[in-house]
Design a protein around this ligand. Structure first.
Ligand code: B3K
Ligand code: ZN
Length: 861
């Protein structure tokens, strides 16, 4: 927490200077105590620059003593302020010993060392280590760590840190004392410590070079059976990285700990990953297919960081996408290889089209390598992560898979053990590809979503096809001027004969034309196949063209996308048509019916083809979002489909049966398609008993959630009955109660406000637990457009009150929650006024965190 009176100056990428001091070794000793943990830190320091004092970062630390080469310093030798400790005179080389106390029990921000229930754990990325001890807390200071942990032996059977365990004994005070050593130099953000009592799941992995790695998964007592999927996923990830990129794990032990209080998904600390328990624990009864998918993907993500992030880390935090964009790309490729590649890609595209496009259009717009940051935690964004992954994907498309893999190898070899930059990465790619990537580099520095305009002209007499592409990136809040980018545009030409051609077009100017000879009929062009670039597309398609692509395109993503475009157009027509009802072509119903009657082998894909775009996807096509008209148009078309297709929906639903629950591709697809059918059928009044039956007959959480979600969206009376049963059945399981909280908070009716109030009194709800807070309030603000965007502003007010209540406890979570309010300029006057009032109420508080300050101020500027 900073006072408003403190200077709040953003850091800039251009101000980077190399560290004035390096630290070769860190020796840390922790004497754990909830109220006063004593941290002794011995640093071996080397000066890199003359004439500068030694300035260390530190926050919320109680300094006990400092000694330089064994000599205690007195207060005239150093200066202490709220964020740093400066030692005036330091030799070329020295040993600095700092003792301070911290209070994990009172650390509700969940940064640094804190208590997750009875477990001590840490979160140091980005700048949490400075809450543990005074240190140059920046990613380009890499040191070798030795860690000693002392704690009550009975209450803390497991004392964990990075690297390999060196020794363990009980001392004369009955304390367990464990020592760890991590041989790989690392920045402070990768430091980790965990102390607690757990159930442990163990296994081993033999690497491709024959080394044995011990795998250990630590979970809450009693949860051991829920850990096996995560552990199996880890082994799959280890094997995949060896096969795809030849990358092998490097320590003798790999530990994963699941904790119940965590600000995000997980953290890749060297050799000791710490996970939000939501992304570790799973069984059929309590986890959905989506939960299983997420666990595998996040376990993979954190594992892949061992090379892309840990062995080669970031020089400064502006380079975050160097490790995150790349590692998201790697986890996406892993998930694609483990299950349905098309579905994975569709998921990624949905995220870009909703959250990332929205971020580009918001006051927080930034390039994947931001240039100016006040609070680093605000930049762990969908732009840095997911657009960053799209940029890496484009590079792979441009260079080809093999050259890209070689480039990655060269980058890792060249920079192993170093803190690198995005430019270093691109340089390695450029060196292997012998291709000039200077224009491609703009993707790193330019924010915003390019708009691609595509057109075609066919000349039958010459058998020529001329394709034209134009690009234009609208100005963003952070950058007015934009330049043309290098955009890979994959296309497929579909001919009546069912023949097709695929090409890769490179667009590097504002406008370009491409000539194809020997084309004997006018094709339908599938533009931007597989979403080959993170751009918006304007192409002149007829309804028939889109339905043809949806039927015939080779790429599943393109087929799904054609249906999305079809619906976006119909909904846009409905939005502008005032009272008259936009008709749907008979060919559409025929096609949908065909899919329902013959869902094929990839049923998850069929489910996607049958699903309308959601509110957020549609909203990104408007500068000024027509909230009410969008909602009513979506709902009208959904109702129409349910009525017109009632019979095939019902037959399809009845024909789909699975055996006992398994997380396996075919079954996942089948459950997904059944859920889509159920969702439509729930729109029809005489189908209410079906929801009940689906719920009662379910032997797994996926089907249970399908019934609850369908009941909730259809405003069925049965929802109240089912959710009450669900809440009572799972009242003791916090992770499942999160699903209940989210369903309650996203119900479209106005009773939601009272329902949220009631949930706040639930014994498992806690303002201190980010999962609980997000389950209720992110679900409300992100998945309940009807009530969040109420014209009377009650939804905005609820969010503002929540954010203000949370900020003193956990600024990081508060700042994430506030996001939907920031885009107030994109709504009608009345909503604008109310959203702005909510933001002003937040900005007007005498003391708000830097996290919140940066976002709210950028928005009100
Ligand atoms: N690197 C962490 C994220 C840390 C977020 C700090 N606010 C998890 C990940 O991306 O793997
Ligand atoms: Zn990551």
């Amino acid at each position: 927490m900073s006072e408003n009176s403190l200077p709040r100056t953003a850091k800039r990428l251009t101000d980077y200077t190399a560290p004035a001091f390096s630290i070769s070794h860190v020796d840390l000793c922790f004497e754990l105590d909830a109220e006063a943990t004593r941290v002794t830190s011995v640093l071996q320091i080397k000066r890199n620059r003359a004439d500068v004092p030694l300035k260390l970062d530190g926050q919320q630390l109680t300094l006990i003593s400092i000694a330089l080469d064994g000599q205690l310093l007195d207060t005239t030798d150093y200066q202490l302020d709220a964020d740093s400790l400066t030692v005036f005179t330091v030799a070329q080389q020295c040993e600095l010993t700092i003792i301070c106390d911290i209070a994990p029990q009172h650390n509700t921000a969940l940064e640094g060392l804190y208590m997750a229930g009875n477990t001590y754990c840490t979160q140091c990325e980005a700048e949490g280590f400075r809450r543990i001890s005074y240190f140059p807390d920046r990613p380009d200071v890499l040191a070798e760590y030795k860690v000693t942990i002392k704690a009550d032996a009975e209450r803390y059977p497991y004392l964990l840190s990075n690297g390999n365990k060196v020794s363990e004994h009980i001392d004369s005070d009955g304390r367990r004392v464990v020592q760890w050593h991590d041989p790989f130099p690392k920045p402070s953000y990768l430091f980790a410590l965990v102390a607690g009592d757990f159930d442990v799941l163990t296994d081993k992995f033999i690497t491709q070079s024959g080394r044995e790695v011990s795998l250990q998964l630590f979970v809450d007592k009693g949860a051991i059976t829920k850990g096996s999927f995560a552990l199996e996923s880890l082994k799959r990830a280890m094997q995949w990285d060896e096969q795809r990129y030849g990358l092998e794990y490097d320590l003798d032990i790999y530990m994963v700990v699941a904790v119940d209080f965590f600000n995000m998904g997980a953290m890749e600390n060297k050799g000791l990953n710490i996970f939000n328990s939501k992304y570790v624990l799973a069984d059929a009864a309590s986890a959905t297919d989506r939960d299983y998918f997420n666990i595998e993907s996040i376990i993979g993500h954190e594992y892949f960081h061992n090379w892309t992030g840990n062995r080669v880390t970031c020089r400064d935090w502006f380079q975050l996408s160097l490790k995150e964009g790349l590692t998201v790309f790697r986890d996406q490729e892993f998930s694609a290889d483990m299950g349905s590649a098309t579905l994975c890609r569709i998921d990624a595209v949905k995220l870009i089209r909703t959250a990332q496009f929205a971020e580009d259009a918001s006051p927080m717009a930034h390039p994947i390598r931001p240039e100016q940051v006040l609070e680093m935690n605000n930049f762990y964004t969908v732009t840095v992560y997911d657009k960053g992954a799209e940029v890496i994907r484009m590079l792979q498309t441009l260079l080809g898979r093999d050259t890209f893999a070689k480039g990655l190898k060269l980058y890792l070899q060249r920079h192993d053990g170093q803190a690198a930059t995005c430019d270093d990465f691109l340089q390695a790619m450029q060196d292997v590809a012998a291709q000039d990537l200077s224009q491609f580099r703009l993707w790193y520095s330019q924010s915003g979503t390019p708009l691609l305009t595509a057109a075609q002209r066919y000349d039958a007499t010459r058998s020529q096809l001329i394709l034209s592409l134009a690009q234009q990136t609208p100005p963003t809040a952070d950058q007015a001027e934009k330049q043309p980018l290098l955009i890979p545009v994959q296309i497929e030409l579909l001919f009546n004969t069912q023949a097709s051609q695929r090409h890769l077009l490179l667009l590097n100017e504002s406008e370009q034309q491409y000539l194809f000879e020997g084309i004997t009929e006018a094709p339908v062009v599938v533009w931007l196949e597989h979403f080959s670039a993170p751009v918006k597309l304007a192409a002149q398609y007829s309804d028939d063209d889109l339905l043809l692509i949806a039927r015939q395109a080779t790429d599943g993503v393109a087929r799904w996308d054609a249906m999305q475009q079809f619906w976006s157009r119909k909904i846009a027509q409905q939005v502008t048509s005032n009272a008259s009802e936009v008709a749907l072509p008979a060919a559409l119903f025929k096609l949908l019916q065909h899919w329902l009657e013959q869902p094929g082998t990839d049923m998850a894909m069929t489910a996607e083809l049958l699903t309308l775009p959601d509110f957020d996807t549609l909203a990104e096509q408007y500068q000024l979002i027509p909230v009410d008209k969008l909602l009513s148009s979506i709902s009208r078309f959904k109702q129409l489909l349910a009525e017109q297709l009632a019979r095939p929906l019902s037959s399809c639903y009845n024909a789909l049966k699975t055996g006992p629950y398994q997380y396996q591709d075919n079954d996942v697809g089948l459950r997904k398609l059944r859920a889509v059918c159920l969702n439509y059928l729930a729109q029809l009044n005489d189908n209410q008993p079906l929801l009940h039956t689906h719920y009662v007959n379910s032997d797994n959480m996926t089907d249970t959630m399908a019934a609850l979600a369908a009941a909730q969206q259809s405003k069925a009376a049965v929802f109240n009955e089912l959710i009450a049963d669900f809440a009572s059945r799972w009242q003791h399981d916090a992770l499942v109660m999160d699903k209940c909280f989210a369903l309650v908070a996203s119900q479209p009716g106005e009773q939601v406000f009272e329902a949220i109030d009631t949930m706040l009194t639930h014994p498992l709800f806690s303002w201190k637990n980010p999962n609980r807070v997000r389950a209720l309030f992110s679900a409300f603000s992100l998945r309940n457009p009807q009530q969040f965007h109420r014209i009377d502003g009650k939804g905005y007010q609820l969010l503002a009150d929540t954010v203000l209540r949370l900020d003193p406890l956990n600024p990081q979570v508060a700042a994430r929650l506030v996001t939907p309010l920031l885009s107030w300029r994109r709504f009608d006057d009345e909503r604008q006024q109310r959203m702005r009032a909510a933001l002003q109420q937040i900005a007007g508080q005498s003391s708000i965190s830097n996290d919140l300050y940066e976002k709210v101020n950028r928005s009100l500027d």
